[in-house]
Design a protein around this ligand. Structure first.
Ligand SMILES: NC(=O)c1ccc[n+]([C@@H]2O[C@H](COP(=O)([O-])OP(=O)(O)OC[C@H]3O[C@@H](n4cnc5c(N)ncnc54)[C@H](OP(=O)(O)O)[C@@H]3O)[C@@H](O)[C@H]2O)c1
Length: 232
């Protein structure tokens, strides 16, 4: 699909991978709408972008999802790409915690249920566009579990499963494309407690996404995820 002239909403676009994608798409000539919970962080990110606005809100909350979707349709009706990037993860060990089920519930809510709901809220709008896309940011964790992220991988595997179903559902609709980005370990705040400093820079994920958009390559494994993707 075209990589310029779009209006792109990025959940969790105020830092890390989301901000790197925002910068790259901005430089390619797209209008950017970034989101995050912390207003100050959002404003700092906006200072690094041109032709960009922010919508504060917590995508893990139903009321915020409804408000943000309504605001997008009302104030930014040109929005034709949504990037479901905001995510939650807890790094811990199953033999050192008693509340794994609570952590799992938070991860599943943010990484899976919230994405399904938010996408559902925007799909009718996107389907009216000449060209539209839903881009879900999953993870290398789709392909393997990790003892330090014991309940996170399943939430990304669930997101992957939903994304495949969504793509298959709309495969006859030529105006909407469903992408999935599988980052490996990326050096962001998110991954700091699991050795993220050894990860790739977030800009590498953004570069791979732009190339994939240009080629209509709907699965976008990045770095080490490519090997796992081949075997899956
Ligand atoms: N970093 C990695 O190694 C890695 C690897 C594979 C996949 N991923 C995935 O990539 C995505 C982005 O991760 P990242 O590493 O870029 O994280 P990050 O650097 O911590 O940035 C997360 C962004 O999301 C926002 N955010 C977090 N929770 C939110 C919520 N509930 N509602 C709205 N905004 C929210 C944050 O801002 P506020 O805190 O102000 O809300 C921030 O803008 C996640 O889905 C993650 O699972 C990351």
């Amino acid at each position: 699909m075209k990589t310029t002239g779009n209006t792109v909403f990025i959940s969790g676009g105020s830092a890390g991978i989301g901000l790197a994608i925002a910068k790259k798409l901005n430089a390619e000539g797209n209008k950017i709408i970034i989101n995050g919970r912390n207003e100050e962080r959002l404003q700092n990110a906006l200072e690094q972008l041109d032709n960009a606005v922010g919508i504060q809100g917590d995508l893990s909350l139903e009321a915020d999802r409804i408000r943000i979707a309504a605001e997008l349709k009302e104030n930014y009706p040109d929005v034709n790409i949504i990037i479901n990037n905001a995510g939650a993860a807890f790094g811990y060990l199953l033999n050192e915690t008693l509340n794994a089920h609570q952590k799992a519930a938070i991860e599943m809510n943010t990484n899976y249920f919230s994405v399904i709901h938010f996408t559902e809220l925007l799909l009718p709008h996107l389907l009216q566009k000449k060209e539209a896309a839903v881009i879900n940011v999953s993870s290398i964790a789709v392909f393997r579990s990790h003892k330090f992220l014991p309940t996170y991988s399943a939430t990304k595997a669930a997101l992957h499963s939903y994304t495949v179903a969504l793509r298959n559902t709309y495969e006859e609709e030529k105006n909407i494309r469903i992408y999935e980005v599988y980052p490996p370990l990326v050096n962001t705040e998110f991954s700091a407690e699991i050795g993220g400093a050894n990860g790739i820079p977030p800009a590498e994920v953004a570069d791979e996404l732009i190339l994939a958009l240009e080629k209509d390559q709907f699965d976008v494994p990045v770095g080490d995820s490519k090997q796992f993707f081949k075997l899956a």
